[in-house]
Ligand binder design. Structure first.
Ligand SMILES: C[C@H](O)[C@H](O)[C@H]1CNC2=NC(N)=NC(=O)C2=N1
Length: 114
């Protein structure tokens, strides 16, 4: 079990530096199947695609992700449709990745492991 599951996202309104690439790689090892990508503004984010059997199962997963995000006070960008959900996570306040993103990723994975 990832140690990240025992942590809680800390409210972030800026004032800290985003993870550098070596911290990103260290944390990436703690979450399974999450890609690290960089957008056109050179902002790093996490991305994972989840597959489901139908639309309703995708929708139910999105709803659970929404509940966890509210509990954590940290929110992903979500797109979904028939049989898939794509989750993107970054820390908007610092324009990069922080521990919060990896905590949320670990807790999203946990939805499917319980
Ligand atoms: C204070 C509170 O934590 C912030 O407004 C939060 C809300 N959710 C958030 N979610 C994400 N992904 N990034 C943020 O910077 C962010 N800011």
């Amino acid at each position: 079990m990832s140690d990240l599951l025992n942590k809680k996202c800390v409210p972030c309104e800026g004032g800290i530096l985003p993870f550098d690439i070596s911290e990103i790689h260290k944390y990436q090892k703690k979450v399974d199947g999450w890609d690290v990508k960089e957008n056109e503004e050179k902002i790093y984010f996490l991305e994972k695609k989840f597959k489901f059997e139908n639309f309703v199962k995708s929708q139910n997963f999105v709803n659970k992700v929404g509940e966890i995000s509210e509990e954590e006070g940290h929110h992903p960008d979500i797109s979904f449709g028939w049989g898939y959900v794509v989750i993107i996570i970054t820390t908007h306040a610092i324009e990069g990745l922080s521990e919060n993103d990896f905590i949320l990723a670990a807790k999203i994975d946990q939805i499917l492991n319980v």
